[in-house]
Structures are given as C-alpha cells and as structure tokens.
Write a protein that binds this ligand. Structure first.
Ligand SMILES: *Cc1c(COP(=O)(O)O)cnc(C)c1O
Length: 449
C-alpha cells in the first residue's frame, strides 16, 4: 500500500483506509525523541485526492514543494491570467472605463462571495477591499468608536502588527488593553470567559479583538462560542480572519450574530494575489465607525461655521468610508478569480483536505529527531507549529529545507507575537500529497543533526 513508509513517487494516489478511526495501534503514544512515529499501519485515507490533483494541475509553473500556505498560497494560472487580462483591458479602453464597466461586476460578485464565506448577515455592500489584512485591521481599529479610557479584550497570540496598532490607539486614547483568559496552547478559555469574573469580564469591555487562527500556532480559536458570549454581553467583536478564511468555517462564528467586523487577506489560504485584503462590517454597525484615513474617496465635508475651516468631515455612507481610492484593480480581479475557484472547489472539501494534510504532517513530525508539536495532533487547522529540539534553530532548518530540498516552510521567531517562541511552521496547500510530507519528514530528520 502507499503509506508513509513508501518512498516511491506515489504523489496524489488514493490511500485505502486501514484504520477508519485513524487512531493507530492501541497504546501508541507520542514517539520518543529521535524515533519515528509508526504511521505506516495507521494512515487514514486522505480526502480530496482528485481535488488535490486538479489544484496542482492549475498551478503548472510550480517548481518547489510548497508547504507554506500560511505565508502565501500559490495562485493558479487562472488567477494570474485574470490579472494580465485586466491590465490589457486598462491599456485598451482606459483605466476608469475598465474599472467601472469591466471590473465592477466581477468585483461585486467577489465581495458577495466573501460575504457568504464570512457571515450570513453580510452582503456585498458590507465588504470593502483593502491593501492587506494589516491595513484593514488598523483602519477598523482607527475608525472604531471607543470612549477615552475604553477597555479592549485581546489575546497574547495576536499578530505583531495588530498588537502595534492596538498600542498606538491605546496610547492616544488612554485605552486599557486586557488579556482574555487563554489555555496554555493559546486557545481562549471559554469556561472562564463565560464565568465572566475578573478584569476580563466581557460586559466590562468596549471591544474584543483576536485572530481566529494565529500566525505562529496551529490552533483555531473557539470563535463561535466566544462570539455568542460577546453578543450576550453586548460587546462588539473584531475578528482577524487573515489566517483562517479559506481553511476554517468562519461562518460558524458569523452565524451567532456576535461578530461585528472582520479583516482578512487574499494571499494565504484563499490563494489570491499579494497586496489585497478586505474589511467587512455588519450593516447595523458600519455607520457608527469613523473614517480611518481621511481622503476624498472615504469622506466629504459639510459647513460647520464653528469648526476649524468652517467645515466638518462627513464619512462616506456605509463601507464607502473604507474606500482606499487608487488601487491595483488587477489584483482585486485576481482575488475575485481565486474566490471563484475556492467556491467551485467547495470550501468544505478544501478545509477537509487541508486539515487531513496537516494531521498527516503532525503524525510524521511529532517526536521526529526531538521536534514537538505546538498543538494537538488533531487540531482542525492547516498550520503545524514545530518546537525544535535543544540546539536546533528553526531558521537554519527552514533555510536548508529551501536551499537543499526546495521545500518551503517558515521559521517563526519571538517577534511574531507576544506569545511567540521559535518554531518551524508547516502549512500544506490543497495540492500537497503524503509523499510531499514524507519528503519533509525525511529532510527535517536529516537536517536536525
Ligand atoms: C498574515 C496575518 C496578518 C496580516 O496579513 P497581511 O495581509 O500580511 O497584512 C494578520 N493576522 C494574522 C493572524 C496573520 O497571520
């Protein structure tokens, strides 16, 4: 059978389920350092082999073993072609005619798809493109109505840039930043949140903000449960979906009605172009937001004799206040193509394959040469965070994997987030195969000595 012990090129071949429960031989614990976890007899079938093959075929130019989707997914040929075709259209009919007559329809469709992937309460009009998730999050935070001295619930795993945006706003408005209760693996502690005692009691907060999947950990926050608690406590929740949308069912949280706003990105699990992100806000809240960066795109003015300049800024209606103005419309259309491909592939099928691949990677890597998982082996997340054995630097291993094996991963350092420790991050794309993961495991083991 094709399994982890098989070094033949079996890429993409269907595997027969040997152990339907996927639990392996009775009594099998974590492998001891330096010992390979015996996966051979326990490999569950990988779902979506046909999807994986089609996904790879749509990326014909790929020359590396790409296990780095959390950094940047591989765009398909169609995503690249959509951008090139639109650039040609701009050069043919004029940039603004192209934008308003050619791009407008597909861009509205893309915002509708995004709305559907996020939250049943959202429509296309509730979604705006932005430069990236960082700029979108910062814009939402800058525009958010917070009283002086307001209290914001946060997590230690928040992305460095989000943390810096929080520090900036907190310093200007005297905000208090309160860590919400978390478990040792970084997941929010829903029981303690529900008890509602201590400084992080939800009903004493003005805003809650966290990434659904952190950049540096292979966990998924219990977002639906937290969103439901936020809704019950009447506190708005601003959710960073940069690392979750495309590999986690974000609508589960949206369906609680407890998520007020979202920021995310094109280039990770949705495999769109770089330099494209988005923000989305529930329609009943958008008008309460200010203007993050005043411009003629995002605002107008009206007379106000007592005000400086005799005028007052008026935010553009709804999500128009997040209009960034001049933008790489070709990139937005590339993102539209990527979203259409994601929807065609079936978001559930994509998630199932990614999570199965991550699980297969964890079973191969846990305990290998002393590397340890940062999360549960069954974590429903496409990120695998590997804690190095003593004396091994993840950055060196990542460099050598890229240079000697053409295997792409990420080395994460302590500057990534307040709770970050050095890890090697593996994040398999839909098109990865068990053979790719075997190669990775073999190389990691060899490069760790
Ligand atoms: C990558 C990432 C971001 C930032 O996304 P950009 O598009 O690079 O700005 C924000 N939050 C998390 C959790 C991320 O992983």
């Amino acid at each position: 059978m094709a399994d982890t012990g098989n070094r033949q090129p079996t890429a993409g071949r269907a595997e027969s389920p040997v152990d339907p429960a996927g639990e392996g031989p009775a009594g099998e614990g974590p492998a001891a350092p330096g010992q390979r976890r015996p996966t051979a007899a326990a490999e569950p079938a990988l779902p979506g082999d046909e999807l994986g093959q089609a996904w790879l075929a749509a990326r014909a130019g790929l020359t590396v073993t790409h296990l780095d989707t959390a950094a940047a997914g591989v765009p398909s040929g169609a995503v690249r072609a959509a951008q090139a075709a639109y650039l040609a259209t701009e050069a043919s009919v004029g940039s603004y005619v192209a934008q308003y007559e050619v791009a407008a329809g597909p861009l509205t469709a893309a915002r509708e798809t995004l709305a559907g992937l996020l939250d049943p309460a959202l429509r296309a009009a509730d979604v705006a493109f932005h430069h990236n998730a960082t700029s979108g999050l910062a814009a939402l935070l800058a525009a958010w109505p917070l009283p002086p001295g307001g209290r914001v619930g946060i997590v230690p795993s928040d992305f460095r840039s989000n943390w810096l945006a929080l520090l900036d706003r907190a310093a200007r408005d005297g905000l208090e930043l309160v860590d919400l209760p978390t478990q040792p693996d970084g997941r929010l502690d829903v029981d303690r949140l529900a008890r509602g005692d201590g400084p992080a009691a939800l009903d004493g907060l003005d805003l809650v903000m966290f990434p659904e999947v952190p950049s540096q950990r292979g966990i998924v926050q219990p977002t639906a449960a937290v969103a439901a608690l936020c809704r019950a406590a009447g506190v708005p929740l601003l959710l960073d979906v940069a690392q979750s949308l495309g590999q986690v069912d974000v609508t589960a949280a949206g369906a609680t009605g407890g998520v007020t706003a979202y920021a995310g990105t094109s280039r990770k699990w949705l495999c769109g172009p770089r330099g494209v992100g988005f923000v989305a806000v529930r329609p009943d809240f958008a008008e309460r937001l200010g203007v993050a960066a005043a411009s003629g795109y995002a605002a107008g003015w009206e007379p106000a004799p007592a005000a400086p300049g005799g005028s007052r800024l008026v935010p553009a209606p709804g999500m128009g206040r997040f209009d960034v103005g001049e933008a790489p419309v070709a990139g937005w259309l590339g993102f539209a193509a990527a979203l259409a491909e994601h929807a065609d592939a079936g978001p559930g099928a994509v998630r199932a394959r990614i999570h199965a691949l991550a699980g297969a990677a964890r079973r191969r890597l846990d305990g290998l040469a002393g590397w340890r998982l940062g999360e549960d082996v069954g974590s429903p997340c496409g990120i695998v965070a590997l804690l190095p054995p003593a004396g091994v630097d993840p950055a060196t291993v990542k460099d050598r994997l890229a240079r000697e094996e053409r295997i792409l991963t990420t080395a994460i350092g302590p500057a990534r987030a307040r709770d970050a420790v050095p890890v090697l991050r593996v994040s398999p794309p839909v098109h990865a195969t068990l053979a790719d993961l075997d190669r990775l495991a073999e190389a990691v083991e060899r490069l760790s000595h």
